[in-house]
Design a protein around this ligand. Structure first.
Ligand SMILES: [Fe+2]
Length: 137
């Protein structure tokens, strides 16, 4: 199959603050601009395009009351990157969890022989960072 995900949109209440948050926490390169988007380049040729809620495409990513609908974005990183990202999460005193349901606060997980952690971006999007991908049947 030759189909590859090329980009997806992350809807944000404050586009620039969200882009800077993700660049800072994840250690990404500075964003580029494309129209109303702040484009975050990831290493596997996918971009995460941060869009202010005022520009949401046909209301995509917004609830009926104009609030951002929380989505989930997961990033696969190596051990060194995980150490750096987790240190920044702790330095900034961000709440974090070992699971997507926020049941296990202040811990990381060791799923699939790796390490993983969940935290929220400024919009309530659930961000996951992990060193081992999910193993599926
Ligand atoms: Fe996930």
């Amino acid at each position: 199959m030759a189909i590859r995900l090329n980009h997806t949109v992350l809807t944000a209440l404050d586009r620039d603050a969200t882009a800077e948050f993700l660049i800072d926490i994840l250690g990404l390169e500075p964003s580029r601009r494309y129209g109303p988007f702040r484009v975050l380049q990831l290493s596997n040729d996918i971009t995460l395009d941060v869009l202010g809620s005022e520009h949401a495409l046909n209301g995509a990513g917004l609830g009926a009351d104009g609030t951002v609908t929380p989505q989930h974005y997961a990033f696969l990183v190596d051990d060194h990157e995980f150490d750096e990202i987790f240190a920044r999460i702790q330095d900034r005193r961000l709440p974090y969890w070992g699971d997507p349901f926020h049941r296990h606060a202040g811990v990381t997980n060791t799923w699939y022989g790796g390490r993983g952690v969940y935290f929220d971006d400024p919009n309530g999007h659930s961000i996951e960072v992990m060193t081992a991908p999910y193993e599926m049947d």
